[in-house]
Design a protein around this ligand. Structure first.
Ligand SMILES: CC(C)(COP(=O)(O)OP(=O)(O)OC[C@H]1O[C@@H](n2cnc3c(N)ncnc32)[C@H](O)[C@@H]1OP(=O)(O)O)[C@@H](O)C(=O)NCCC(=O)NCCS
Length: 169
């Protein structure tokens, strides 16, 4: 049986920025974007694993561009790599120009989800097979990012993070 691909987990959520979701300078509130990304990522993780999934870690968020009130925001999430029970989800955020319809990348983030059973215990999931060049690049970097996240969380010794250390040598 062939492995699942990142594309099979792709989740796209498009919504407006309303006044109640903005900061005092009328841009999207960071916590609102984190929540939108968490929702899209959890659906992507569920589509890959077909299990209950929980957010284990927010590994990286870059708020590169402010997102003004009234913007149409598209959050696109895909599983970039699946490990034993955990999955890395890569999230790209786009805003759409009202007149031209052109999409501009505004932000990106990387979340880790874990598939669990009804009692919350981690369960084994399927592997994933990247197809496009971008998927392959993200797949490759995911092990390093997992190690960094575990080291920062105090769940792995820096000495054991072989792939992460190799980056600095
Ligand atoms: C996420 C959770 C299930 C992990 O449980 P745990 O006891 O640490 O389980 P394990 O040590 O077996 O880890 C399970 C997997 O998560 C990964 N993991 C755990 N913490 C991680 C972190 N901070 N960063 C990256 N991966 C992490 C482990 O590497 C392991 O991956 P693998 O099985 O693919 O190799 C548990 O911590 C939990 O339930 N947390 C609360 C989740 C939640 O409620 N989220 C919403 C927040 S409001």
């Amino acid at each position: 049986m062939s492995l699942k691909t990142p594309e099979q987990s792709r989740t796209i959520m498009t919504d407006l920025v309303l006044p109640s979701e903005t900061n005092p300078i009328n841009n999207l509130f960071g916590g609102e974007l984190l929540a939108r990304m968490d929702r899209a990522a959890s659906i992507a993780a569920r589509r890959h694993s077909r299990r209950i999934v929980v957010t284990a870690s927010v590994n990286h968020v870059a708020f590169n561009r402010a997102i003004p009130l009234g913007s149409v925001v598209t959050v696109e999430a895909k599983v970039s790599r699946a490990f034993k029970s955990s999955m890395e989800i890569y999230i790209d955020v786009w805003i759409e120009d009202r007149e031209s319809g052109e999409k501009t990348k505004a932000n990106e983030a990387i979340y880790t989800f874990v598939a669990v059973d009804e009692t919350g215990r981690p369960v084994r999931i399927e592997e994933i097979q990247p197809v496009t060049e971008l998927e392959k690049e993200r797949y490759k970097g995911a092990l390093r990012r997992k190690q960094l996240s575990l080291v920062l969380a105090g769940k792995m010794k820096a000495d054991d993070a072989t792939e992460l250390k190799a980056l600095f040598n």
